[in-house]
Design a binder for this molecule. Structure first.
Ligand code: TRP
Length: 337
């Protein structure tokens, strides 16, 4: 029962901190259904990382309810719980253990250079937790514990993954080939979904303008109206062409279209060669709304059955402990602990 079904491991995780957006979906989640065909996948609910982001508001966010929401959402995106491992990070003690061991192979300087740390600590020096600084080391532990070959992440996490590679290489150089060096998998078109009305910046769940962001659990009529109001560019002739510099609005919509329809940007450009923006937007809206309604339908039906979700996590916990302990033991041995 605990055997791995496929040789190479794919690992991914999301923090259970609130509503996921179309950006999260196009960036990573929409590819999970395909990835599980080829890899043994581990889907982590990264609640230890979420402690860091929520800080003082912890009680509100760090709840089992949010974790179950996330599991239901994973399933709604097509993750098959029987053949993959879905688990909660804090339930697997090996993650925190490896985190500490790896911190001995990671330098202050490299953590200081992490863009996410620099951005988040820019405004105030007073409120910076050590966990904000060390966050990428825990992420490296998550990944390296499972001999992961591939990690599916959004572009914003690429730098953290490179750090995990460096830590693994450094460790391997000293102690032999203990860790598999993970490679990053970034969705070629969906990796950069931008704000609908301000396509110069990323779509974000905390945007002050709600019309910039589509949430996966938004009412469908609201999704339609947000897409309808999305910015298209005022150039002439108004052609559906991908050119992020000159046509950031249309290019953003093309990226969304491409990752949902699984077509290349050029295929879509060709399809809409003689169309107006309005007809392109209408078809995009149908595509997005169909996908979101399907996800929501599944989500609400999975979410009702809490016992089922809890069982999935129990099964995942068993498997995750099994594999990660095996690998942690190798590290202990290497370090003579
Ligand atoms: N840091 C990731 C994020 O905020 C979540 C995460 C935690 C993760 N551990 C991971 C992603 C391991 C990939 C692999 O989105």
């Amino acid at each position: 029962m605990l055997e791995l079904k496929k040789k190479s491991v794919m690992f991914t995780g999301i923090q259970p901190t609130g509503s996921l957006t179309l950006g999260n979906y196009c960036g990573t989640m929409c590819s999970w259904g395909n990835l599980q065909k080829y890899y043994q996948c581990f889907f982590c609910v990264a609640d230890l990382h979420a402690l860091m982001s929520t800080g003082k508001k912890r009680a509100k966010y760090h709840s089992s309810k949010k974790i179950l929401d996330m599991v239901a959402l994973y399933l709604s995106c097509g993750v098959d719980p029987e053949n993959n491992v879905i688990f909660v990070q804090s339930q697997i003690h090996t993650h925190s253990q490896l985190y500490w061991l790896l911190s001995n192979f990671c330098y202050f300087g490299e953590l200081s250079r992490m863009t996410q740390f620099k951005q988040k600590s820019k405004h105030s020096q007073v409120d910076i937790n050590l966990s904000l600084f060390c966050y990428p080391v825990l992420m490296a532990a998550d990944i390296l514990l499972y001999q992961t070959s591939y990690v599916s992440v959004g572009l914003d996490q690429k730098q953290h993954l490179e750090l995990a590679q460096n830590i693994a290489r450094r460790f391997n150089k000293l102690y032999g080939g203990i860790f598999t060096i993970p490679r990053v998998l970034i969705n070629p078109t969906g990796f950069r979904v931008m704000a609908l009305q301000d396509p110069q910046k990323k779509m974000s769940k905390s945007d002050a303008n709600v019309n910039n962001t589509i949430f996966l659990l938004d009412d469908i009529n609201i999704v339609r109206s947000k897409l309808k109001r999305s910015l298209t560019d005022s150039d002439f002739p108004a052609q559906v062409i991908y050119d992020p510099q000159r046509k950031p609005g249309v290019s953003n919509l093309l990226s969304i279209f491409s990752s949902l329809a699984e077509k290349t940007i050029s295929q879509i450009e060709l399809e809409f060669k003689d169309h107006q923006y309005s007809s392109f937007k209408q078809q995009l809206s149908d595509l997005v709304c169909d996908r979101i309604s399907m996800i929501q339908k599944l989500y609400f039906s999975f979410r009702k059955d809490e016992d089922y979700l809890i069982d999935i996590l129990k099964f995942g916990k068993k498997k995750a402990i099994h594999y990660s302990t095996e690998n942690l033991y190798k590290v202990f041995k290497a370090l003579d602990l």
